[in-house]
Design a protein around this ligand. Structure first.
Ligand code: PNS
Length: 183
């Protein structure tokens, strides 16, 4: 630890989990649960990205995540624009939480973490690994699979599946009973 820096009790630490969350997946939920086991409070912060064309607009994404965490008082759901470190400082968060699914995530995450540290050395980035069963889950693939008629119920919370169904105007695919072979 650098001189002058006070050790923080992690239970009192406020962390921010930023992302696009278009939509939130069970992989994200896994990271939130892990972050809550270490940090006292967590803000899930949805990026207002004017360049990207999202499936769900920011208000929808925030509403979905609020519904998921309506019974978890330690989670706040918010939106942000501009520099993440400025937003983190403004809400009193000293830690940025990011999920690392695979080595392929690492390069870009490492770059962002170092840039954020350069911009504001008081804020630490902490990487957390989701359960292996979520290592292949991404918002992009969830949308693609649902749109093409695949089942995503094990990959996203029920509210997301419902919203996907409303958005695409297609029914939710139920779990199929295993195909029995004759003979
Ligand atoms: O879910 P995503 O799309 O991988 O999240 C990316 C996010 C929101 C973490 C990143 O784009 C971000 O922090 N944007 C804010 C702009 C910023 O601070 N940029 C400079 C630091 S890298």
């Amino acid at each position: 630890m650098r001189p002058g820096r006070q050790p923080a009790s992690s239970a009192r630490t406020c962390a921010v989990f930023p992302g696009s969350f278009d939509p939130i997946t069970n992989g994200h939920l896994d990271i939130v649960a892990r972050a809550l086991s270490v940090f006292g409070r967590l803000t899930v912060a949805v990026l207002v990205n004017v360049e990207k064309l999202p499936l769900f607009d920011v208000e929808e994404r925030v509403a979905i995540i609020r519904e998921v965490y309506r019974d978890e008082p330690r989670v706040t759901v918010d939106r942000f624009s501009g520099l993440l470190v400025d937003y983190a400082e403004a809400i009193g968060a000293s830690v940025i939480v990011r999920g690392l699914r695979a080595i392929s995530d690492f390069e870009v995450e490492f770059q962002m973490a170092l840039m954020n540290r350069r911009l504001n050395p008081r804020i630490e980035t902490v990487f957390m690994m989701p359960a292996e069963s979520y290592s292949y889950v991404s918002s992009r693939l969830v949308k693609e699979v649902f749109q093409l008629g695949g089942r995503v119920s094990d990959l996203v919370p029920a509210v997301v599946e419902r919203r996907l169904s409303e958005k695409y105007g297609t029914p939710i695919k139920s779990a199929r009973s295993p195909v029995r072979r004759k003979g």
